[in-house]
Design a protein around this ligand. Structure first.
Ligand code: ADP
Ligand code: MG
Length: 657
């Protein structure tokens, strides 16, 4: 007799449950999705013992007919698909018909439901996959499902559960994020009677985010206004001899994508990806390629390895995305993955750029504080050392890429806390890095990098005075303060130096005059297959920019020399960064773009960091070199180098004009 047997439904369901039901939060996810598919507008979830003892979900959706209530527990029983063709365009969150039987096989489950089309409701009780009862009951339209004693019959799975706090946090996070995806619905979550979430319907995502996160984080978030993208693909090629016969010409393929959401500015830096929420057609998913697109948008704005907060809703024609990749439906596959990746990256990047801080110090429309008779002279005569002591309160985090950024969304350093005695006329400048929307115009770009400047930036004479800046000192060992005919300048020492080095490396490269340092011992670096591939593509460029590298065995390269101005400890990191950026962002880049990217990375790593005290000679040298730059406005990644508080604005603030 053969050894192969067909598994009983009970065993098959338990196996499926292993894939669908991992923890209380996965039960909540499946049930929540069912409620949303049923058109519910009010959903309430009650839990006990972090969902182990009880998960009860109540909705006001369409409910189920008596027959359906029983059928729902059969494997692959679903009302959402009828044909294999439907699989290509799934518009509901569920479709596999696996959730209810799977959950029913690893818990004691009671389903109570009533459809609008029936006078009475139905109660179904299942335990360990066995039907215990099916009764008629009286109840309003909608569905309530209570899942008790999760995994009571699968002790092994139970052991894998984490602490109550962790499990509850997963449940909370899941409901919170579904609530963000459906602002027009009410969501409630209670744990043992304690309210954890209660959000009423609102009309915009911003309002919902406000309900969920509160006002503080909202100030840090940038809204991505809905943006659409039409992907047009050439019609498939049809050979002429076949085409002749048919009168119709093939239509080009079209696909429409739309993205909206909320993202944090570059100053919010998370240590992990847990704050990136991606919804594709209303479904919360995990997708490496999309996550990659988000991270790529922040490239060079946040240190490598840091993640932003992002809440993104991507909508597209259901045919463009395959959601049937994983039983828990948390992964998707796009038909045109590369186009979607670039659309998401560019849209986020554009929103970030558009909300960039204004690069001049804004003055208040009317004096913020009443002028006191004794203060104008005091402030005017205030020596610079005292001026700097006024702002010592602000802390700047050490960082590696040069972007001043407090961690974890902490408030930005405000240069506005005067200590006693208070020189009231020093109008507190606005925090320099707070997002503020200003009209952006594109200026001619000589280097192929981002070069958007705020609309009120006068490019022609803004930098005229750069040649005769008189340094006054350093602010926080990070910013150079200088006086000029046209006002007070603040220069970011890191980005200024970055620009100087960038132009230096670029020039030296074409003139063949780059200084290099030979390493005593070659540095041996292991590459991933993807990096190996990238290396093969850009090795010549790398070597022409001051590195001396060569393949060294299987997926390994040896670095024998590097540009003179980079620290030995940084060499490996620079090479890895160049490989990574070139892989992510420059897949289709021209040689020229690759070259600029290599030079920009070298410049960024070699530049003076912030939080570095500079000797007066060094400051003077830096200003001189900056003035000699061909393009001293922004660093190679597009960040502004200098802020100016113009003499005119100063006079205005003092009511002298
Ligand atoms: P799927 O969601 O993949 O169809 P499920 O096992 O999750 O599979 O659910 C089976 C069926 O039960 C659904 O197709 C739907 O018809 C019905 N159903 C489940 N939950 C609800 C609910 N809350 N309201 C109305 N119908 C529901
Ligand atoms: Mg379902």
């Amino acid at each position: 007799m053969g050894r192969i047997r067909i598994l009983s439904d009970t065993v098959a369901n338990k196996i499926a449950a292993g894939e669908v039901v991992e923890r209380p939060a996965s039960v909540v996810k499946e049930l929540l999705e069912n409620s949303l598919d049923a058109g519910a507008t009010e959903i309430r979830v009650d839990t006990e013992n972090a969902g182990r003892r009880l998960i009860r979900i109540q909705d006001d959706g369409c409910g189920m007919l008596r027959d359906d209530a029983l059928l729902a527990f059969e494997r692959h029983a679903t009302s959402k698909l009828s044909d294999v063709k439907d699989l290509l365009a799934i518009a509901t969150l569920g479709f596999r018909g696996e959730a209810l039987p799977s959950i029913g096989s690893v818990s004691r489950l009671v389903l109570e439901t009533r459809s609008r089309d029936e006078q009475t409701g139905t109660a179904v009780e299942i335990a360990g996959g066995k039907l215990l009862r099916c009764d008629e009951i009286a109840r309003p339209v909608g569905t309530t499902i209570a899942v008790r004693d999760l995994f009571y019959n699968v002790p092994a799975r139970k052991k894998f559960l984490r602490s109550d706090q962790t499990e509850l946090a997963h449940v909370g996070s899941l409901i919170t994020h579904y609530s963000l995806g459906h602002s027009d619905k009410r969501f409630e979550l209670y744990h043992e009677g304690r309210e954890l979430l209660n959000v009423t319907p609102v009309s915009t995502l911003r309002d919902r985010a406000f309900q969920v996160f509160g006002s503080e984080i909202m100030q840090e978030l940038i809204e991505i206004a809905p943006k659409t993208f039409e992907l047009k693909l050439p019609p498939p090629y049809v050979p002429p001899h076949i085409r002749q016969g048919s009168a119709e010409r093939p239509e080009p393929e079209m696909a429409l994508f739309a993205l909206e959401g909320l993202i944090s500015g570059p100053h919010v830096q998370k240590q992990n990806r847990n704050s990136v929420f991606l919804f594709v057609n209303g479904r919360l998913i995990r997708d490496k390629a999309l996550l990659h697109a988000v991270v790529a948008a922040y490239h060079n704005l946040v240190p490598a390895g840091c993640f932003p907060f992002a809440l993104l809703f991507l909508n597209c024609d259901p045919g463009e995305v395959d959601v049937n990749v994983h039983p828990s439906k948390t992964e998707v596959r796009f038909r045109h993955a590369a186009a979607v990746h670039d659309f998401v990256r560019d849209t986020i990047r554009d929103s970030l750029m558009a909300s960039r801080p204004v690069s001049s110090i804004p003055i208040p429309a009317s004096p913020v504080l009443p002028l006191r008779s004794d203060t104008p002279q005091r402030a005017a005569a205030l020596p610079f050392s005292e001026f700097t002591s006024l702002v010592q309160d602000a802390e700047i985090e050490p960082e590696s890429t040069g972007f001043a950024a407090p961690q974890n969304g902490a408030p930005l350093p405000e240069i506005s806390v005067p200590k006693t005695p208070s020189p009231t006329v020093i109008a507190p400048p606005a925090p320099v890095a707070r997002p503020s929307v200003s009209p952006i115009r594109r200026i001619p770009d000589t280097h192929g990098f981002l070069t958007q400047l705020p609309g009120d930036w006068d490019r022609v004479d803004s930098f005229d005075a750069l040649g005769d800046l008189r340094p006054l000192g350093q602010l926080h060992d990070s910013f150079i303060v200088a006086a000029a005919r046209d006002g007070l300048w603040i220069i970011d020492q890191h980005v200024a130096h970055e620009r100087i080095l960038f132009e230096h490396v670029l020039r030296g490269r074409s003139a063949g005059t780059l200084e290099i340092q030979q390493l005593l011992m070659p540095l041996v670096v292991h590459l991933t297959p993807a990096q190996q591939f990238e290396y093969a593509r850009i090795a010549d460029e790398l070597n022409a920019s001051g590195f001396e590298t060569e393949p060294f065995g299987h997926r390994t390269i040896a670095i024998k020399a590097a540009p003179a101005n980079v620290g030995v400890a940084d060499i490996e990191r620079i090479v890895m960064e160049i490989l990574e950026v070139s892989e992510i962002e420059l897949r289709s880049a021209s040689l020229d773009e690759i070259r600029r990217n290599v030079c920009a990375t070298i410049a960024c790593r070699a530049a003076i960091k912030i939080n570095t005290k500079l000797e007066p000679q060094k400051i003077e040298w830096l200003l001189r070199e900056l003035a000699a730059c061909e393009y001293p406005m922004t660093c190679p990644h597009g960040r502004p180098i200098a802020l100016r508080y113009s003499t005119k604005d100063i006079l205005k603030s003092f009511h002298r004009i």
